[in-house]
Design a protein around this ligand. Structure first.
Ligand code: MG
Length: 383
């Protein structure tokens, strides 16, 4: 396998960004932007090492930003991005040229492992390959704030980084282009007549240019507003031939008493979800005095609670129910219960837990007077 190094271009002063600290050294969800960018490559299996080109005046920002990472000393950049890349390539050449180099903007901290892998893989076939996304918006050319023309977007792509190259080819191309002001390394390669392949990038691999971009990247990284709610319910045994538990009819020599179908598991879970969004309890939404809920399928209650989460732009991350009873035995029905809750909530089954326990014949559940249920739900609301 060929040896591939990542060259991170971090020499910009970030004038468009404003503020005292250049954007590549700003905090992004607890880590400097540059540290996140470097880590994306440092931990990638296709990348043998990382070097960073910086503005020498930023050394006091660079050192703490990358403290503890296995990265060699930074390379001093030049007056333009193109010059900084060329100086970086010259340093790599002096130190022992790699087979390939991935050139990447420090200000794209959300680059994903798949994009890096696709660029590396394409270099087996082509001398150059860049991450890019097809243009899907309709493009307009403006003149004095008015549309002068609609531009045909057929075949148009937005270039991202990483941009990968066979090392000797891009070094020669940069030497030949020295003094020009090309905006990316693919343009340098094109000028040298290299064929540059396009591989799919990722919309999230956007460049942090403005405060809004930084906020967008932070939203992507932070978990949002995570809430946990709990629920508890009890129903008493009465005459009957089955009990409804977590949406499944379980044959039994008794039934459960209640206004609805008395599904103690779904009631506890409904309360847990309502609790997570501070939306009261099941009795507030579905009063037991209201005749319309008589013998109701408790899936209606659970679906309603999930709908309130969705209405706030949230998602249910996880739901967990513990049924507490001496009988009936829950184990044979557990998979069906998990599947039913997942179906009602629109979740994958890996996000739903159903468990059961007895109380060793102690207390009302142990004496077989009724069934209790505990539930926990985790909800993620927009941050
Ligand atoms: Mg109940």
């Amino acid at each position: 396998m060929s040896r591939c190094l990542a060259l991170i271009v971090a020499a910009g002063s970030g004038e468009r960004f404003g503020g005292a600290v250049p954007k590549q050294y700003r905090d992004l969800a607890g880590l400097p932007v540059l540290r996140r960018t470097v880590m994306a490559f440092l931990h990638h299996p296709d990348v043998a090492g990382v070097r960073v080109v910086i503005n020498p005046a930023h050394r006091d920002l660079y050192d703490p930003a990358l403290a503890g990472l296995d990265v060699d000393a930074p390379i001093p950049g030049g007056a333009s991005r193109q010059e900084s890349v060329r100086l970086g390539l010259e340093t790599l050449a002096r130190e022992g040229a790699p087979d390939c180099v991935l050139i990447h903007d420090a200000a794209r901290p959300l680059v994903d492992p798949g994009t890096i892998a696709r660029v590396c893989a394409a270099l087996a076939e082509a001398p150059a390959a860049i991450a890019a996304v097809p243009v899907t918006d309709t493009l307009k050319r403006a003149a004095d704030g008015t549309i002068a023309a609609t531009v045909d977007r057929t075949g148009l792509w937005r270039a991202q980084t990483p941009q990968g190259f066979r090392f000797d080819a891009i070094l020669a191309a940069h030497r030949a282009a020295a003094g020009d002001s090309l905006t990316d390394d693919a343009a340098v390669a094109e000028r040298a007549g290299l064929a540059v392949a396009l591989v799919p990038g990722d919309e999230e691999n956007h460049k942090v240019t403005t405060e809004d971009d930084l906020a967008r990247a932070a939203r992507r990284l932070l978990p949002g507003d995570v809430r946990t709610g709990q629920g508890f319910d009890v129903h008493r045994f009465g005459p009957g031939d089955h009990v409804m538990l977590c949406g499944v009819a379980v044959p039994h020599d008794q039934g459960l008493e209640g206004h609805s179908d008395a599904d103690v598991g779904l009631h506890a879970l409904t309360d847990a979800i309502l609790g997570a969004i501070a939306a009261g309890d099941i009795g507030r939404h579905f009063p037991p005095t209201d005749p319309q809920w008589r013998a109701a399928d408790s899936a209606v209650f659970l679906r309603h609670a999930a709908g309130l989460v969705a209405a706030r732009g949230g998602v249910i991350a996880h739901a967990d129910v513990t049924l507490i009873c001496q009988r009936p035995r829950i184990g044979p029905h557990r998979d069906a219960m998990t599947a039913r809750i997942a179906e009602i909530l629109g979740l994958e089954t890996g996000r739903v837990g159903v468990k059961a326990t007895t109380t060793e014949h102690l207390g009302f559940t142990g004496r077989g007077e009724g069934i209790a249920a505990l539930a926990t739900a985790t909800v993620r609301l927009p941050g």
